[in-house]
Design a protein around this ligand. Structure first.
Ligand code: HEM
Ligand SMILES: *[C@@H]1O[C@H](CO)[C@@H](O)[C@H](O)[C@H]1NC(C)=O
Ligand SMILES: *[C@@H]1O[C@H](CO)[C@@H](O)[C@H](O)[C@H]1NC(C)=O
Ligand SMILES: *[C@@H]1O[C@H](CO)[C@@H](O)[C@H](O)[C@H]1NC(C)=O
Ligand SMILES: CC(=O)N[C@H]1CO[C@H](CO)[C@@H](O)[C@@H]1O
Length: 354
């Protein structure tokens, strides 16, 4: 009896040290940023082992139909994390007391389909494992797969985020997302406040190697005066796509390989064919120019720094443990859903009574 206890204790110790070792190995060997308290590389290893394969398999199909959705999902994770932390607040519809994060100006160009894709993934995951995975974790995994499935690096995502119960206000959204018209000084200062260094800032901006932009996000560089740092032929082509300053059209952000996650965004900047001021100025400012050049010359280096910055971004002000909740539907808080059901029930009762 005693010997069984001893041996199973030993086994447990052995297994947990193996687990510890593998966690250590993952983060140390790849030189990855530390995992914040409450998150873990192996959070769902036993409770939902199929989580990552469900998300990846589904997204393989989604992107096969429309590769553009990858960019939408990557941007959604960025907006989620920068505003009030990675808490799924960007996914919430409306709000009780004012405009929500979703209806704030920078959000107007998030793709409607992205929200549907996240909730569809949530449904698939909850069907398999029960309601144990948050919408914010699913968004983080979807962003990782968006990067990988378009040609970018594969990387591990710390999991265990909880969904927030607070709406982010329109003001919080504006305060936390930098405008595309910002220069490098502004960009570096705003991201330094979130603990990102210049290498992180240049690497994160490399996400603009996939996806599209609406004309209004950059036409201030074309009209009334053309930005002198912009390549002339590139400017003329943009004017054809965006004949007026408030044209509704869209253009690709990386003209060399718009749907491939690679380092061509930096080659664009070196060729003065970056779309936003916030992009192009990275090659003008002496603090970031060499980083742009090095990423443009070495894709492996870019991928390493991008992964590093994404793992940091994915852990910004996360809710863990007993904080927040696991939403049953990504667009509404659980208590709102309950309230909605109660109201609906009440209406039915009333209707029946009348
Ligand atoms: C830090 C400064 C950043 C600025 C000023 C910025 C700004 C913008 C703007 C204005 C758009 C175009 C929206 C439109 O007009 O449709 C855009 C698109 C996009 N951004 Fe950023 N962004 C920044 C950082 C990031 C980061 C950190 C990521 C991800 C890690 C990201 C990923 C994307 C993607 C993938 C798209 C394309 C979306 C699509 O095709 O639907 N951006 N960004
Ligand atoms: C960057 O933008 C800020 C805010 O618009 C401005 O005050 C500053 O002078 C600009 N810096 C450079 C180097 O252009
Ligand atoms: C852009 O689209 C909106 C609605 O989709 C429309 O009301 C507006 O007139 C369009 N603007 C231009 C310049 O085409
Ligand atoms: C590119 O960067 C990687 C990662 O830092 C490095 O190991 C490699 O030597 C670099 N390649 C070249 C050609 O400089
Ligand atoms: C006001 C407005 O248009 N808000 C939109 C913000 O983005 C989401 C997702 O694309 C839309 O559903 C909202 O209508």
């Amino acid at each position: 009896m005693a010997s069984t206890t001893v041996s199973s204790t030993f086994e447990l110790l052995f297994i947990s040290s193996l687990l510890l070792f593998s966690q250590f190995f993952v983060s140390e060997a790849q030189g990855l940023p530390p995992v914040v308290k409450g998150l873990s590389w192996t959070f769902f290893q036993s409770s939902c082992p199929k989580l990552e394969s469900i998300v990846r398999k589904r997204l393989e199909r989604v992107f096969k139909d429309d590769v553009g959705q990858a960019a939408g999902l990557l941007r959604l994770h960025f907006h989620d994390c920068f505003v009030q932390g990675c808490d799924g607040s960007v996914l919430l519809d409306g709000s009780a007391g004012g405009p929500s994060e979703k209806t704030a100006i920078p959000n107007l160009t998030l793709r409607k389909e992205s929200f549907k894709i996240i909730d569809d993934l949530r449904e698939r995951v909850h069907k398999e494992c029960g309601r144990i995975v948050s919408c914010s974790d699913i968004t983080a995994l979807a962003a990782r797969d968006a990067v990988f499935l378009t040609g970018g690096p594969n990387y591990v995502v710390p999991l265990g985020r909880r969904d927030g119960q607070n709406f982010a206000t329109e003001q919080a959204t504006l305060d936390n997302l930098v405008a595309p018209t910002a220069n490098t000084t502004t960009l570096l200062a705003r991201l330094a406040a979130k603990d990102f260094d210049p290498t992180d800032v240049v690497a994160l901006s490399g996400a603009h190697t996939i996806g599209i932009s609406h004309c209004t996000s950059f036409t201030e560089r074309l009209y009334p005066n053309q930005d002198s740092t912009m390549d002339k032929t590139f400017a003329n082509n943009l004017k054809t796509s965006c004949p007026t300053a408030n044209s509704n059209n869209t253009v690709n952000m990386d003209i060399l390989s718009p749907n491939v996650f690679d380092n061509k965004y930096y080659v664009d900047l070196i060729n003065r064919k970056g779309l936003f001021t916030s992009d192009q100025d990275l090659f003008t400012d002496r603090r970031t120019k060499n980083i742009v050049t090095s990423f443009g010359a070495n894709q492996t280096l870019f991928f390493n720094k991008f992964v590093n910055a994404m793992i940091k971004m994915g852990q910004l002000n996360v809710l863990t443990g007993g904080q927040g909740e696991i939403r049953a539907k990504c667009s509404v808080r659980n208590k709102d859903k309950l309230l909605a059901a109660v109201v609906e029930g009440l209406e039915k009762t009333l209707a029946a009574a009348l």
